[in-house]
Ligand binder design. Structure first.
Ligand code: URA
Ligand code: SF4
Length: 212
């Protein structure tokens, strides 16, 4: 039996075939226990030619049902902020640090409540994100919140310290430029939603400028 430390998507990741091969293989990933309760793998979406890659945390309830990232409430906030910032959603590849929905549910028919993935689960899923980065080779990565930040930049990542700045870091052996910001769902949870939204928008404008 695999021990918890052996959680990894690595053996499921194909060496070639581009995004279609990755998406197909990810649908059968058993690299950690999160596939057991989720409906399906939610792989990234967008063009292999995208200039910017947006990395969220994990699919939510709607994403789990529809099989696509950011199609629920957080996705609507993100889409509005992207277009207001001048970033064309069609020019973005959108994905998550973790590809299966993690949730708690008090009873079978009750609402499924999002549960944050652990660092170990994010690390297990990391080979998918690394493979997406290798294929898409984005000019810029927009890091949406702490889980994505820790997955890409390590556990010392603090979104409040680096949001709205252009970072240059080596990730999986490649130099990358990144702009971290808050997770769009934190805008929906904020006491002052308008202020939180303006903060997200300001950070995304920095990202748009960095692409010019
Ligand atoms: N939140 C995320 O981090 N990703 C999604 O795809 C949806 C909500
Ligand atoms: Fe595989 Fe990631 Fe799903 Fe875990 S969360 S089973 S590593 S795709």
């Amino acid at each position: 039996m695999a021990t918890e430390d052996a959680y990894t998507a690595e053996p499921f990741v194909p060496a070639r075939g581009g995004l279609p091969a990755l998406r197909k293989a990810a649908a059968a990933c058993r690299g950690c226990p999160l596939h057991r309760d989720a409906t399906q793998t939610v792989f990234g979406a967008g063009s292999a030619d995208a200039r910017v890659m947006l990395v969220g945390e994990q699919p939510g309830d709607q994403e789990d049902r529809q099989g696509k990232p950011f199609v629920g409430p957080a996705g609507r906030v993100l889409e509005r902020a992207l277009s207001e910032a001048g970033l064309d959603p069609a020019d973005a590849y959108v994905t998550n640090a973790v590809k299966h929905f993690k949730f708690t549910q008090s009873e079978p028919r009750k609402r499924r409540i999002h549960k944050a993935p652990t660092l170990r689960e994010a690390a297990a899923c990391g080979p998918w994100l690394a493979a997406e980065l290798a294929v898409v080779e984005p000019e810029l990565i927009v890091v949406l919140g702490a889980t994505a930040g820790k997955a890409l930049l390590g556990s010392s990542f603090r979104v409040t310290q680096v949001r709205g700045t252009v970072l240059e870091e080596e990730i999986h052996g490649h130099p990358e430029r990144l702009v971290p910001t808050v997770h769009p769902s934190s805008v929906l949870r904020a006491d002052d939603r308008e202020a939180a939204y303006r903060g997200l928008l300001a950070d995304l404008k920095i990202a748009a400028q960095a692409l010019e």
